[in-house]
Design a protein around this ligand. Sequence first.
Ligand code: KIV
Length: 422
Amino acid sequence: VGRGVAAKAASRPEYIANRIDDPNYVRIFDTTLRDGEQSPGATLTSKEKLDIARQLAKLGVDIIEAGFPIASPDDFEAVKAIAIEVGNDVQPDGYVPVICGLSRTKFADLERAWDAVRHAKRPRVHTFIATSQIHMEHKLRMSPDQVVESAVAAVRHLKSLGCEDIEFSPEDAGRSEPEFLYGILGEVIKAGATTLNIPDTTGWNLPHEFGGLIAAIKANTPGIENAIISTHCQNDLGLSTANSIAGAMAGARQIECTINGIGERAGNASLEEVVMAIALRGEKQMGGLRTGIRPVHIYPTSKMVSDYSGMMVQPHKAIVGANAFAHESGIHQDGMLKSRETYEIMTPESIGLQRNPEDAGIVMGKHSGRNALSTRLKQLGFDLSTNEVDDVFRRFKALADKKKGITDEDLLALVSDEVHKP
Ligand code: KIV
C-alpha cells in the first residue's frame, strides 16, 4: 500500500476501516435480508431482520442489503431500524457496515429507499433495471435507449436526494449484449454511480464466461477505474460460488451473496462458500485476494438464518451442513484418527462449530472400520480384548446393514450382549 493510499486512508472518518484501500480486498455484500428473503416461504419479521443484521455486522460483512423498502410498509420499517441501529454501531475494529436498500429506477421507489437508509452513517441505494433483450422486450416493454435514460435519471435523482453511495445493476447482465452493458454502465458512472453490480440473474453463465464478462467490462467501460465492480450470481446451475470466484479473479472487488445460499429459486452464491474459498486459497492461488469476514462467526450466523427463515440447511451443504465435518467410511475414519488434515481442509472450530475434540467427527455406520469402532468403544469406557472387539465388530456390521446410522446406545447394547454372552 503506497503513501498516497495511506494518506487517503488517514483523511477518512475512522468508521471507514482502511481495509478497503487494499486493491486485493473483496467487499462482502450480504443480501440475505433482501434476495435471501425472496426465497419462497422465508419471510422474516422486522425483529428477526434486525437480529440477523446485528449478527452480519459481527461477522464482518461490509455491506448489508437490508431489504426492498417499497415492497411493503414492514420492509421499509425493518430497513430503517437496521439503518438506525446497525448502521451506527461501531464494530470492534472501528468499522461500521454500509446499509443498503434496493430500488427500481422509479422515483417513488428511490425516494422510499433513500428515506429508509439515510439514517445510517454509510447509506447506499442499489437501483436496477433489466438490460437483456428478453427482459427489455417482454418484461419492461422499453427500448434500449429508454432503459439507459431511466437508469441515468435514477442515478441523478439519487444524487439530488443527497445519496453519494449509489450502486447500479443491469439486471440479467449474464444474458445481455456486452456492448450494451459497456454503454449503460459508462453512462451511470458519469451520472454518479460508484458500484457496478453485474447480476447473472438466471444463473445461466459458466465460470469462464462470467469471468470473461467481468474482464471485458473492466477493459471496455468508460470511467470504470473510478468504480467498484461487483458480482451477483444466482445458483440455477449450481455455479454461483464458482462464478463469483471467477468474477473476483477477473477484477470484481465486491461479491453479493447470502447466508446458506438462500435466495430466489435455487438461491444465490453462499457467503460461507465464497468467503472460505478466499480465506483458504485467496493468498496463493487468487493473487492475494482477501475479505474482512471473521469466519468464526459463520456457523452461528448460518444457524440463526436457518432457524429464523425456516430454510433448512441440507446435510451435505459445503461448510455449514451437518455432514460437512462428519466421516463415515472406515478409510476416512482411520485417516482422521491419525491426522485430521487427511480429510479436512479447514477445522470446524475455524467456522465457529465446536466439535467434541475426541470424536474427530466420526459417525458410526455401515462403512465404518474396526479402528473407529474400537476407538469409540474406548471413549465410551470399554476396555475389550482383541477377540471381543472382533466379535462386536462383526455384529456391528450386521446391525449397520439394517440401520441408517449406529448410535452410542446401539454400541452399548452390542457390548452388553458381548459381556453377558453365555
Ligand atoms: O438477481 C438479480 O438480478 C437481482 C438484482 C436486483 C441485483 O437480484
